[in-house]
Design a protein around this ligand. Structure first.
Ligand SMILES: Cc1cc2nc3c(=O)[nH]c(=O)nc-3n(C[C@H](O)[C@H](O)[C@H](O)COP(=O)(O)OP(=O)(O)OC[C@H]3O[C@@H](n4cnc5c(N)ncnc54)[C@H](O)[C@@H]3O)c2cc1C
Length: 386
């Protein structure tokens, strides 16, 4: 039986492992943490609606239920025929390698004065602590923002920033102290969120107005300071807590490798997810450069599409099944259930459509239900439905 080694136990790596087992391969997954962190449901940690533990799924448990082996380890170096771990171990016993180690974030001047809603599990807990302490004080100024990467426009991560901001607004309102807080949103692009279409932008503007959130866009960020954000035109956003999510940047392991990569350090792959020019290495999810329309975005559901296509394509290559190679580029769309804490909106973008469907109340519970479904499905307790 041919062996596939998968690096990274996030949404893409785990789906690749499950799919590769189904295709009849021996599979080993290596990841630095011993759990899968389900980022889409981590947005409720700052406001205390879920605990960090509720967002984690043990990789050991998924591996046992899904028939692959798991090893905890941090990848230091990737070569075409070997993977080196931080602890000095070298792994060579694989026929195929699937790289799914995600992306890093761009560095900005003074970034240490900010926290990101898309950060590590520890960083997200720090946001909760800082927010709790402002709530104890009974007042405060909170600035929310996200940045862009001109070398990789698809690596912008704005959705979760909007979600956490709307959740914080509704949480403060529920506590009866919203009027004591000043919430400001900032972003360097003229129209943040534009990839969701004009209708979505209009709706978002209305939400900003209704929630009394100040909006400053189209101004580059000069630096972050302990007490706020300085913009290029010397505008200063005074803030007690700055929640900023930089755009994605290539993973250092990829940047330091000989693998084909873009200027921003993302893995160059073919539409079949095979790393360009290398027969036995594939890339899945945020670690890759994504080709496609201007509005394309890196998302969990795309990482899963890439994972399944990769397992299928290796099986076809190995003659385990017949059929054509599958390509992720045929499935590029944006599908996002944007949560607001008291409801949500379903955003969908494809070449043909840009839809934003408001889902008051039910939208929130639909996203909650998705989180439960995702956990049960990964643990093999219920079949895949989406
Ligand atoms: C807060 C938030 C909310 C989101 N909401 C949505 C949503 O609603 N819908 C949606 O479709 N997408 C959403 N996304 C995007 C989605 O989560 C990502 O696109 C998806 O997680 C990408 O999967 P991945 O496997 O490529 O990377 P990741 O999920 O980041 O997984 C990478 C894995 O590799 C591991 N790793 C990294 N470096 C190493 C190393 N050197 N050695 C070993 N292991 C390593 C990491 O620990 C991690 O387990 C959200 C993202 C965030 C941050």
């Amino acid at each position: 039986m041919k062996k596939i080694l998968i690096l990274g136990g996030g949404i893409g790596g785990v789906e690749a492992a499950i799919s590769a087992v189904k295709e009849g391969f021996e599979v080993e997954l290596i990841s630095e943490r011993d759990y899968l962190f389900v980022y889409p449901v981590s947005i409720w940690i700052p406001t205390g609606e879920v605990r960090s533990e509720d967002v984690k799924i043990s990789l050991e448990e998924i591996a046992e239920k899904r028939g692959f082996s798991f090893r905890q380890g941090k990848v230091k170096e990737i070569n075409t025929d070997a993977v080196l771990l931080e602890d000095g171990k070298e792994i060579r016993d694989f026929d195929y390698l699937i790289i799914a180690i995600g992306q890093q974030k761009l560095k900005h001047k003074g970034i240490e004065h900010t926290l990101s809603v898309c950060g590590s599990p520890e960083e997200i807990l720090q946001i909760k602590e800082r927010l709790d302490s402002l709530i104890q004080n009974g007042k405060g100024k909170i600035a929310f923002g996200f940045g862009g990467n001109p070398k990789a426009p698809e690596a912008v991560r704005g959705g979760p920033v909007f979600e956490v901001m709307f959740n914080v607004h509704n949480y403060l309102k529920k506590l009866g102290i919203r009027e004591n807080f000043e919430l400001t949103f900032f972003a360097p692009m003229e129209k943040p969120g534009a990839r969701l279409g004009e209708k979505a932008l209009k709706m978002m503007d209305m939400m900003f107005k209704n929630m009394n959130i100040k909006k400053i866009t189209g101004k580059k960020i000069k630096e972050f300071r302990e007490d706020g954000v300085l913009l290029e035109d010397e505008t200063f956003i005074s803030s007690d807590l700055t929640l900023f999510t930089p755009a994605g940047d290539g993973h250092p392991v990829i940047k330091n490798s000989d693998l084909p990569k873009t200027e921003a350090g993302f893995l160059k792959i073919e539409p079949t997810c095979q790393v360009s020019g290398i027969e036995n290495i594939y890339g899945v999810g945020d670690v890759c450069s994504i080709e496609g329309p201007q509005w394309r975005a890196k998302q969990g559901h795309l990482a899963e599409v890439m994972a399944r296509a990769t397992a299928h394509n290796i099986a076809v290559k190995e003659g385990l099944k017949s059929g054509n190679f599958e390509t992720y580029t045929d499935h590029i769309n944006i599908m996002c259930l944007m949560d607001t804490g008291n409801g949500g909106a379903l955003a969908y973008r494809s070449d043909k459509k840009a839809v934003l469907l408001p889902l008051p109340v039910i939208g929130h519970w639909m996203k909650k239900a998705w989180g439960i479904y995702y956990r049960l499905n990964k643990l093999g307790k219920i079949p895949k439905i989406i």
